[in-house]
Design a protein around this ligand. Structure first.
Ligand SMILES: [Zn+2]
Length: 191
């Protein structure tokens, strides 16, 4: 009998330990274990958020003034403007009267803006070229279609019909040889 009680007591402890691990949370204010869905700590009344932040704080910047200046100069010389700006801003934090750091920081900002403009101009040019290429491809396909149709019509003697396809097939390029040949053929057949 005692053994049974002991054993069931042991199982109860096991169960409660498992439950405690799975379904509880610890109050960040007083350390009391609370049920997972508790809105307030049962001991100190701390209000649990819906999602307790678990993000660890950023490591503290312990660099000396000289080290920050060195990092800033290095990044600046390597034209890593955004990185350099961060270092110069840290330098100004440490040494608010540092005029050189302020000048360098604004130089970084100007360069970041310049680079952004250049990048945007390049993206615009690429986009326009792609649009032109796709228009050109479409135009070429249309020209091929018109040329083939005109050839077929000429072969069956439908000269007038063919004429409707030949001129548009030039698409403004009147030095286009296949078009001239088609046109010549059409003129000969229309005699
Ligand atoms: Zn608490």
């Amino acid at each position: 009998m005692i053994r049974v009680i002991l054993r069931s007591g042991f199982i109860m402890i096991l169960l409660s330990v498992t439950v405690a691990q799975a379904d509880t949370k610890i109050c960040p204010q007083c350390g009391t274990v609370n049920w997972i869905d508790a809105k307030f700590c049962k001991d100190c009344g701390y209000e649990f958020g819906t999602n307790e932040p678990t993000v660890s704080p950023e490591p503290e910047d312990t660099r000396t003034l000289e080290e920050v200046l060195q990092d800033a100069t290095q990044a600046f010389n390597a034209k890593k403007w955004e990185e350099a700006l961060e270092h110069y801003e840290r330098l100004i934090e440490l040494d608010p009267g540092n005029v050189l750091a302020k000048e360098k920081a604004s130089e970084c900002r100007e360069n970041i803006t310049e680079e952004k403009k250049r990048r945007e101009a390049m993206e615009k040019a690429t986009r326009e070229k792609e649009e032109y290429d796709s228009w050109r491809t479409g135009a070429m396909e249309q020209r091929n279609y018109r040329t083939q149709t005109a050839k077929g019509l000429l072969e069956t003697g439908k000269v007038k019909e063919a004429g409707k396809y030949i001129l548009p097939a030039f698409a403004g390029d009147y030095d286009w040889k296949p078009g001239r040949e088609l046109l010549k053929e059409a003129l000969e057949k229309s005699d």
